[in-house]
Every structure is written in structure tokens, then in C-alpha cells.
Design a binder for this molecule. Structure first.
Ligand SMILES: CC(C)(COP(=O)(O)OP(=O)(O)OC[C@H]1O[C@@H](n2cnc3c(N)ncnc32)[C@H](O)[C@@H]1OP(=O)(O)O)[C@@H](O)C(=O)NCCC(=O)NCCS
Length: 174
């Protein structure tokens, strides 16, 4: 297994057209359908990084700011931001395009976490991720803080062990 991989090696672009079966009664893309597409696109990015089977461990808060309309073309760009032991954080950006109207808007952003597992579902190590561009470095540096926050919220880490979070909130020991 490669010890290190570049962030760019995981870039995954997925494009879909919103069809009637994907929409609610207002002719907008259903949230659940969008989350399904996000999950698949992000899982492919995680697989590209580790060349293993991956499972979704968590999806950070996803807000639906802008509706995506019937007939729009949805593009999902996913990329691994950082790899830990067996887990990888993936950043997903969604854009919706009305091609005839020549309009394109960024509609959603989210972070998902995937864990690489063996055939028995047991977590296994993944290669380190090497960021190169300024954006990749920014995502990489913020990933530790986001990981600690999600693990504390999932009750998988004690708040007192979340050292990176303490440094942002400037919490000092009493
Ligand atoms: C994700 C899963 C493999 C973790 O297994 P586990 O036995 O709890 O393993 P560990 O406690 O050793 O954790 C393994 C990794 O998962 C990460 N993890 C576990 N739960 C997490 C969560 N809620 N959010 C983010 N990361 C999480 C841990 O931080 C750890 O990361 P690291 O190895 O990089 O340090 C296991 O919970 C699982 O199989 N869940 C179901 C996944 C699934 O079916 N998803 C699709 C349907 S929703």
C-alpha cells in the first residue's frame, strides 16, 4: 500500500440531471436524493485515496440554502481533505446549473467521514494525505479541529481531550 497520496488523486466529479423522479411536489430536487448523491461521490473520493472498501461514518451538518430545480444539472466535486488512521474526511461541493439560462450556482457544501474497512468490516490503516494547493492546505489544517468536534458530539472523545478545540475557544485550565 502507498504510504502517502496527494489530495488531487482523490478528486471526483459526478454530474447528474434532475429528473421528475428526483423531485418533490414543488419540482425541486429532494434533500434525501441529494444526500444520496453526496454520499456516493464522497465514497468514491475516499476509495480513490485508500483503494479499499469504505463505509460512511458521519456526515456533518448539511443545510439546504438554495433549491435545485427540475432540469438543472447537478455537479458534485468531492476530495479527501485529510486522512487519519483508518478514517478520511471528504469535502463535497455541489453546484446546480440551468444550462439553457446560462446560470450556475454553488448550492451546498459538506464534510463526510469515511472509514476504510477489510472484508470483515474491521477498520484498517489508510495512506497519509499530502495537500499541495493553498485550498488543500487550508482544508487539511482545519480537519483536525473538525474531527475533534464531530468525535466529541458523537461521544467518542472526551471534551477535555479535544486539544485543537480548546485552542480555538481559548479555554484555559482552572
Ligand atoms: C465506522 C465504523 C467502521 C467504526 O468502527 P469502530 O469499531 O467503532 O472503530 P473505531 O472506534 O476503531 O474507529 C475507527 C475510525 O472511525 C472513526 N469514527 C468512528 N465513528 C465516527 C463518527 N461518528 N464520526 C467520525 N469518525 C468516526 C474513528 O474516529 C476512527 O478513526 P481513525 O481510525 O482515523 O482514528 C463502524 O462504526 C461501522 O461499521 N459503522 C457503520 C457504517 C455504515 O454502515 N455506514 C453506512 C450506512 S449509514
Amino acid at each position: 500500500m502507498a504510504k502517502q497520496k496527494f489530495a488531487k488523486e482523490s478528486i471526483t466529479i459526478m454530474t447528474e440531471m434532475v429528473l421528475p423522479n428526483d423531485t418533490n411536489t414543488l419540482n425541486n430536487l429532494m434533500g434525501g436524493r441529494l444526500m444520496h448523491l453526496m454520499d456516493i461521490s464522497a465514497a468514491i473520493a475516499a476509495q480513490k485515496h485508500c483503494n479499499r472498501i469504505v463505509v460512511t461514518a458521519s456526515a456533518d451538518s448539511i443545510s439546504f440554502k438554495q433549491p435545485i430545480n427540475l432540469g438543472n444539472v447537478v455537479t458534485l466535486r468531492s476530495q479527501v481533505t485529510r486522512a487519519f488512521n483508518s478514517s478520511m474526511e471528504v469535502f463535497i461541493e455541489v453546484t446546480a446549473e440551468d444550462i439553457p439560462a446560462r446560470k450556475k450556482i454553488m448550492t451546498h457544501r459538506a464534510y463526510f467521514t469515511f472509514v476504510a474497512v477489510d472484508q470483515n468490516g474491521k477498520p484498517i490503516e489508510v495512506p497519509e494525505l499530502v495537500p499541495e494547493t493553498p485550498e488543500e492546505i487550508e482544508h487539511f489544517e482545519g480537519a483536525l479541529r473538525r474531527r475533534q468536534l464531530r468525535l466529541v458530539l458523537a461521544k467518542r472523545m472526551k471534551p477535555e481531550d479535544a486539544v485543537e478545540l480548546k485552542s480555538i475557544f481559548n479555554l484555559t485550565e482552572k
